[in-house]
Design a protein around this ligand. Sequence first.
Ligand code: CTP
Ligand code: CA
Length: 223
Amino acid sequence: ATASGGAGPLSGLRALVTSGPTHEPIDPVRYIANRSSGRQGHAIATALARQGAETTLVSGPSQLPDPPGLKTLHVQTAEEMLAACQTSLPVEIAVCAAAVADWRSAAPAQQKMKKNGAPAALELTANPDILAELSKAGSLRPSLVIGFAAETENVVAQAREKLARKGCDWILANDVAPESGTFGGENNQINLIRAEGVEPWPQMTKVAVAERLCREIAATLGR
Ligand code: CTP
Ligand code: CA
């Protein structure tokens, strides 16, 4: 048994959620990272499990405790996150809330880099896109693949473009412009983007976003 999978509108369904940042090593003591807390992804995994889905959370490094009642897989890098997601298939529901590093060091140093001489240039290479990979997983593709898009401008247009480019089913477009007051805070300002259209949600807490998303998922899957 991987998770509670108890009673509730999503019982009998399996869910996979990515959360948190990734850490991409430069050398044994340094890494590339970002400021993601994991708060939104952890809240979504918690809500899915509470609604009865057998839930696996794949989390990058986060200060948050593992949510109770579900299985958490801890990873550091984007490549590890992708591998953990692939071993967690098949699922019916996948939600990619992680802030995956777009790039990693092309050749992490085996020993700590020293500062003698000129500053070293860091050669980067692209990381796998986990949301895009899950969206094109063939016979293992989840019925519902959901991603996020954090944008500071042209929120809906850029999120629509991401939906098309990645081949996922829904995007929760998150307005993180400074004047929205959402960045780093408790709240999120979401537009739910689907092929059928755009649904603006009022500003609400990340926990409320998770609960509303679960209701949308249940309704769409006929629960
Ligand atoms: N994502 C992912 N793997 C990556 C990059 C992004 O799974 N390597 C997912 C995120 O979890 C999110 C969605 O893709 O659900 C959008 O991430 P975002 O960073 O907004 O989009 P990118 O395609 O990386 O484009 P950009 O950063 O240039 O805006
Ligand atoms: Ca990105």
